[in-house]
Design a protein around this ligand. Structure first.
Ligand code: IYR
Length: 256
């Protein structure tokens, strides 16, 4: 066992001697922060993220591609099932490609909104957002990023590489992508024109990749308005469990 571990905490240390002999490992570089610094950073990040809003009107102002590269580089740090990194971020700023995507998305969305593919309940849920089939932003935003999930990988010799927890992995990467864009002062909108197969065709992606979501990226149009929405308070989204459910314990003081 590695002498660096404090004795007695783990009876089954990771990596085991056998594992370490078979696969490369290296020490984790991790700095424990001062508690006041931790709290300060956490508050700053939450304040920053609370200001994020999806926008539906983008400015046509250009955005350097380098910024997109940084956001995608950040997204690609996400954890993934068996570290297979089952994502492809397809970026286009090409006007003809953006136009083709807009036209195809609007054709699908028109069917959703006008031919009843969105049912009455869904329509009611969307009413405060006021979305409709028009997707002009797909042409106006300087960049479109389409996140593809790789159902499996393809090795250099053409054989298939099994991927695991693809949706979970791509969802986490996408969250980091959205956070990275917001942190650098750019806006986006997760858009899922349904069905999305046209994205595979227009962007020339291989059969083993499936569109996950489409993100127009740019600056918000000056003067844009967003719905006055509230986020759920912490006590609605966080539950603390202090004993296993279904196991009788001491009655809580407040219940007695
Ligand atoms: N994909 C459609 C409909 C839509 C669905 C949800 I859920 C939204 O939060 C917003 C829109 C569209 O993009 O219009």
């Amino acid at each position: 066992m590695d002498a660096a571990y404090p004795a007695g905490v783990y009876r089954h240390p990771y990596p085991s001697v056998g594992l370490k002999a078979a696969h490369p490992f290296r020490p984790l570089h991790f700095e424990r922060l001062d508690p006041a610094v931790m709290r300060h950073r956490a508050e700053e990040f939450r304040r920053l993220m609370e200001r994020r809003r999806s926008v539906r009107m983008f400015s046509p102002d250009p955005v350097p591609r380098e910024l997109l590269e940084l956001a995608i580089g950040t997204a690609a740090t996400a954890p993934s099932g068996a570290h297979r990194q089952p994502w492809t971020f397809v970026v286009t700023g090409d006007p003809a490609t953006k136009r083709a995507i807009r036209e195809a998305a609007e054709a699908e969305e028109r069917r959703n909104y006008e031919e009843g593919r969105i049912n009455a309940e869904w329509r009611r849920a969307l009413a405060p957002l006021g979305t409709d089939w028009h997707k002009e932003f797909l042409e106006v935003a300087p960049w479109l990023v389409v996140v593809f999930e790789q159902r499996y990988g393809v090795a250099a010799d053409g054989s298939r590489i099994q991927h695991y927890y693809v949706k979970e992995s791509v969802g986490i990467a996408t969250g980091l992508f959205v956070a990275a864009l917001h942190t650098m002062g750019l806006a986006t909108l997760p858009h899922t024109p349904s069905p999305m197969a046209f994205l595979t065709r227009i962007l020339g992606r291989p059969e083993h990749e499936r569109p996950f979501a489409l993100f127009p990226v740019g600056y918000p149009l000056d003067g844009v308005e967003v719905p006055d929405l509230r986020r759920k308070p912490l006590d609605e989204v966080m539950v603390v469990v202090d004993r296993p459910a279904g196991v009788p314990g001491e009655p809580q003081a407040s219940a007695g």
